[in-house]
Design a protein around this ligand. Structure first.
Ligand code: PEP
Ligand code: MG
Length: 598
């Protein structure tokens, strides 16, 4: 790597390619407000203005802390003092504010700076105490002071919506909520230090067609806003100050990529059938209502996974039934007569609700996530179930529950669903009685009891992103262990085989909606294992269809049998790559893109 001090020297940084495409442009280094709080002197006559600003921010904070739990529903804090009650206590604690007022008077600095310093000192002092209760209050003080700071400095993270022009965004990390908020017209691409291929931020970048590279360790400090760069989302490179030669070489490589992509796009209205005539259902995954058009343009024959949680992020409180109904109905109508599988809310893990207790979990992926969160908040859950049921009257809607780990969860969710059906019937609101209800199989316990669960499901959709993370104990968002994340691991193949066998025994169909389904080399394997449906991001659709059309079912089955006999993922990948090379040689360039310029 070249000397980062020398601004005009080309520097190449290697990360994980997560969303295809090449972006060229100026870098914008994104550091959320709280990290960089400016220190400014304030004139004597302006000090009283700082007091007023602080008072107004505190009033606004108080209103939010009272309103949010009301909107989130009562369950959140009925039997124990909720997080918001604890935050109100911090706000009423005279110590914190008195210190801020005192320092404001004597030091005459901007109030954000003083508040952040006082809160830091206070938090550190609490964290050192022996008393567990008081030690835990440190997190409350930090959360409340951040909320006041956000209210002082304007909307949180709205930087990404107000970029000075088209930019390549560089950040230590971006949450799925940050990514959903990005101004698509100005974000040319993004690069992060953290993250991996199946993190929701990466998934969202792919569905929005934003080139992205993640896992670029500790590059933030070496790169500044304003530097020119080229971001290669095909092979995972960030090239700062690219030379003319690099730009030229990339131009050539891009032309080739585009011509392959164009050839694949021509297949978009062809059926997803194997050479010997077996039809595979090929749907698209979407996160936002708007993405349905892109899915249709890429040839989707339905939506195999609609991740509804993005309706719930970046806002205070939950969306109303009408809001949800409108979004679900629009997608169902746009896709008609094809199916739309709406997944019930799957927040938690890396998808954090604004102001929720999720942010305090030590192991969020093992915590209050998906159907667990919903079953604990029946009123919120029922609002969504009612909206989905109502949308089922408008199109070919199916529904599935995420994160199922036990039969009891299915039964409890279905009880609530029945209550919603009764309510809607009484209210005279239409819905389809035939709406199929399926289960996501993404927790190993569910895969192991697939035979039991199959009796209670109209279909299974295997969520390999989570199934791999939970089976192999590899955090799907952690770039340090990304190399250990192996969808072709024998354990995963056996679990999938078990799920397919259980589904067949009950005559229900099985899909795969994790990122594994969008990887061309995995497609023959999944089909050979007996999967009936694949749901992938829109950009992956053409290549997946190409692969399906290049093989026969007996070939895929024999490949799957061989892969199941492999002892390691590495051995299986060698087989899968060899298969693609012979079945779909034209595609090899996309599967293993030519080496990028160095
Ligand atoms: C999965 O886990 O594979 C899946 C499709 O769901 P998500 O990526 O939203 O967790
Ligand atoms: Mg999942």
């Amino acid at each position: 790597m070249s000397d980062p001090e020398s601004p005009k020297t080309e520097s190449i940084y290697r990360g994980i390619a997560v969303s295809p495409g090449v972006a060229r442009g100026t870098i914008y280094v994104y550091r959320p407000h709280e990290d960089v709080i400016e220190r400014r002197s304030v004139r004597d006559e302006d000090v009283s203005g700082e007091f007023v600003r602080l008072e107004q921010a505190v009033i606004k904070t108080r209103q939010q802390l009272i309103e949010i739990p009301q909107r989130l529903g009562k369950e959140m804090g009925d039997d124990k003092p909720g997080i918001f009650d604890a935050h109100l206590l911090v706000l009423d604690d005279p110590m914190l504010m008195e210190q801020v007022f005192k320092r404001l008077k004597t030091e005459k600095l901007n109030v954000e700076f003083i508040l952040s310093e006082v809160a830091d000192q206070y938090t550190q002092a609490l964290a050192r105490l022996e008393d567990t209760y008081l030690r835990e209050r440190a997190a409350d003080v930090r959360d409340v002071s951040r909320r006041i700071l956000r209210n002082l400095m304007g909307a949180e993270h709205d930087e990404l919506q107000r970029l000075p022009g088209p930019r390549i965004v560089l950040a230590a990390d971006l949450s799925p909520s940050d990514t959903a908020l990005m101004d698509r017209a100005k974000v040319l691409g993004f690069a992060t230090e953290m993250g991996s291929r199946t993190s929701h931020t990466a998934i969202l970048a792919r569905s929005q067609g934003i080139p992205a590279v993640v896992g670029l360790h500790e590059i933030g400090r070496q790169i500044a806003s304003g530097q020119e760069a080229l971001l290669d989302g095909y092979t995972g490179l960030l090239i700062v100050n690219p030379t003319k030669q690099t730009l030229y070489e990339y131009g050539q490589i891009e032309i080739r990529w585009h011509s392959i992509e164009e050839r694949l796009r021509q297949l978009r209205h062809e059926p997803a059938c194997t050479r010997d005539g077996c039809a595979i259902r090929l749907g698209s995954n979407i996160e936002l209502e708007e993405e349905v058009q892109m899915a249709i343009e890429h040839g989707a024959q339905g939506v195999g996974l609609y991740r509804t949680e993005f309706l719930f992020l970046n806002r205070e409180g939950f969306p109303t039934e009408e809001e949800q109904f409108a979004a679900y109905r629009n997608v169902a109508v746009a896709m008609k007569p094809h199916e739309v599988i709406i997944r019930t809310l799957d927040v938690g893990g890396d998808k954090i609700l604004h102001g929720s207790e999720h942010s305090r979990e030590a192991n969020p992926f093992l915590g209050w996530r998906g159907v667990r969160f919903c079953l604990d908040q029946p009123e919120m859950f029922k609002t969504q179930l009612r909206a989905i049921l109502r949308a089922s009257a408008e199109g070919n809607v199916k529904m599935m529950y995420p994160m199922i780990s036990d039969l009891q969860e299915v039964k409890r969710a279905n009880e609530l669903l029945n209550i919603c059906r009764e309510e809607l019937r009484r209210e005279g609101k239409p819905f389809s009685d035939q709406m199929e209800v399926g289960l996501m199989i993404e927790v190993p316990s569910a895969a192991m009891i697939a035979d039991v669960l199959a009796e209670h499901a109209a279909f299974f959709s295997i969520g390999t992103n989570d199934l791999v993370q939970y089976s192999m104990a590899v955090d799907r968002g952690n770039e340090r262990v990304a190399h250990l994340y192996e969808p072709a691991h024998p354990a995963i193949l056996r679990l999938i085989k078990n799920v397919v066998a259980a589904a067949r025994a009950r005559n229900i169909w099985v899909g795969v909606c994790g990122e594994m389904a969008g990887d061309p080399i995995m497609v023959p394997l999944l089909i050979g294992l007996g999967v009936n449906e694949l749901s992938v991001s829109a950009v992956a659709l053409p290549a997946v269809k190409y692969v399906i059309r290049s093989l026969t079912m007996p070939e895929a089955q024999s490949l799957a049998e061989q892969a199941l006999r492999c002892g390691t993922a590495g051995e299986a990948v060698v087989l899968l790559e060899a298969f693609i090379r012979s079945a779909a040689p034209d595609l090899v360039e996309l599967v293993k893109p030519e080496k990028s310029p160095q």
